[in-house]
Design a protein around this ligand. Sequence first.
Ligand SMILES: [Zn+2]
Length: 186
Amino acid sequence: MSSQPHIVLPWVVRRTRLPLLSLRCVGCPSESATTGEGRFRVNANGKLLDVWLLVRCVSCDRTSKLTVHERVPVRSLDPAELHGYRVNDPELVASRLLDPLLARRNRFTLDWTGAWRLDTPAAPLDGAWPVQVEVVFEDPVPVRPDRLIAQGLGLSRNEVLRRIKCDTPLRRTTSSGFAFVVMAGD
Ligand SMILES: [Zn+2]
């Protein structure tokens, strides 16, 4: 039997909604916030602009402002982008929220619990091993490869360690695409 995988399966990790934010509320003990439907606030001061993304505490509803742009010249912004801020364009809300720069600047992390799914093709895993799987991330969901593979193949974590050859460390959280090969069981 050839050791070259003869089947390549695509797996896709994608979000099902926007993740929550792990962000300490100043008004209550909660550490969870949401963008809700997604709203920006734009404030013009002469030729300078401030843009914030508004989020609210999931517990007490208090609103916080996350700095997107601070005192930037109006002309430095792409007019389409500025329009997106003014009309609360949902795609712009998502791309700003998922931008690691925003998280670093405003000191929050994203809470992806329950906000994503793994799509796998209904594949004929009929014992014709090995099988290669390529995992693509449509959204930057942090996953541990060993857990994702166990979930996707319905294997135990031990079986994953035994049967998987992966091009990235199995236990290191990643949001970048990777590939692995499933070897025969016994
Ligand atoms: Zn609160």
